[in-house]
Design a protein around this ligand. Structure first.
Ligand SMILES: NC(=O)C1=CN([C@@H]2O[C@H](COP(=O)(O)OP(=O)(O)OC[C@H]3O[C@@H](n4cnc5c(N)ncnc54)[C@H](OP(=O)(O)O)[C@@H]3O)[C@@H](O)[C@H]2O)C=CC1
Ligand SMILES: O=C(CO)COP(=O)(O)O
Length: 326
């Protein structure tokens, strides 16, 4: 397969996606705000992976014709880079979060800033360093237009990166955003020494919480049981490479939020998404106790002991509410 693929963002995920895109046989243009290749030919966030000759990095505005654009910029800054996508290029948003203030998911931001572009989202259990190495992985590409999702999945899949198509954009985006909040919670649980049982309970009840909200947003429950739900939840709530999990670990051990953020090698979307996720849940009348505790804890409105007590003191109830989780 040949062609030309644009990647916006040269952090860990943008770099891994550029390496992946090169494996499809395409020439790859990476737009980087500041980062440039190290003398070894690798990018700073993934220094062990020199870029092949088919990948070109530049900080000047992208020009040319591209089969598609992969946008790997933290959600809070997505709006500022979308004007750089050349006209007519199908745009795949690869970030996982909710914009504070507007409560917009990535595709809502695209519709607001670049209504002229055909959009899709990519999400799933994908640590950048493993995708960069070409280890086996899978993800979902979702677009409102089923044919577009299938076409993009077909275009970007390789023998080691399996892509499933979906048209449940709400579910895929909610799963990707909410799992980051749960990963911070899981890290806190382990960092504070609350044990593996507590983490497993948190992952399971976190998934129930995510599914309730997804259904309220018009998504399908099955999407949350898929790669951009349970899959990514498992990865980031248990995998040490997760920045969100690492952030939680530090907080659980008593590190102040600002210090924990400063020590992270990259973005922790869960921190900026927690409050937006909570507001969204309240707007839809959805019970979201874990998100509520994490948002309050991150803002210093609740101590860890208070958060733990609040979650455990909730009235006992049936595990499954058939009216809400089919
Ligand atoms: N890392 C991973 O394993 C995965 C990450 N993701 C998602 O991808 C997104 C990006 O994450 P990741 O690449 O890991 O993050 P990093 O922190 O590694 O990199 C962020 C990138 O965004 C750029 N950036 C930040 N702010 C701005 C801005 N205001 N304007 C322009 N560019 C900006 C940075 O540029 P600069 O270097 O100049 O600061 C950098 O290139 C997140 O939503 C994340 O959840 C999804 C799957 C896997
Ligand atoms: O989204 C990811 C893996 O799927 C990356 O997780 P972190 O952002 O927590 O590192």
């Amino acid at each position: 397969m040949s062609g030309h693929i644009l990647v916006l963002g040269a952090g860990a995920w943008g770099t891994a996606l550029a390496l992946h895109a090169a494996r499809t046989g395409a020439r790859v243009q990476v737009w980087a705000r500041t980062a440039c290749p190290l003398p070894s030919g690798a990018m700073p966030k993934l220094p062990d992976f020199p870029l092949p000759a088919s990948v070109h990095v530049s900080s000047t505005p992208p020009v040319g014709s591209f089969d598609c654009a992969l946008v790997a910029i933290p959600t809070q800054h997505l709006a500022t880079v979308l004007p750089l996508v050349p006209q007519g290029v199908p745009t795949i948003l690869c970030c996982k979060g909710i914009e504070r203030g507007t409560l917009a998911f990535p595709l809502d931001i695209l519709a607001r800033i670049r209504p002229d572009l055909a959009g899709a989202v990519l999400s799933g259990p994908n640590f950048a360093s493993e995708v960069a190495r070409g280890l086996p992985a899978a993800a979902v590409i979702a677009a409102g237009d089923r044919a577009r999702a299938a076409m993009l999945a077909d275009r970007l899949a390789t023998p080691t990166f399996r892509l499933y198509a979906s048209h449940d954009c709400a579910g895929v985006q909610l799963g990707g955003a909410a799992k980051n909040v749960m990963a911070v919670a899981a890290g806190i649980t382990i960092g504070a020494g609350l044990g593996e049982n507590a983490r497993a309970a948190l992952i399971t009840r976190g998934l129930a919480e995510m599914t309730r909200l997804a259904l309220a947003l018009g998504a399908q429950a099955a999407t949350l049981a898929g790669l951009s739900g349970l899959g990514d939840l498992l990865l980031t709530c248990t995998g040490n490479a997760s920045r969100n999990y690492q952030m939680g670990l530090a907080l659980g051990r008593g590190t102040a939020t600002q210090d924990a953020m400063a020590a992270l090698p990259g973005v922790a979307e869960g921190v900026t998404t927690a409050e937006a996720l909570l507001t969204l849940a309240r707007q839809h009348g959805v019970d979201a106790p874990i998100t509520e505790c994490i948002a309050a804890f991150l803002e210093g409105r609740l101590t860890l002991a208070q958060a733990q007590a609040r979650l455990l003191a909730r009235p006992l109830k049936s595990e499954i509410d058939p009216a809400k989780v089919p």
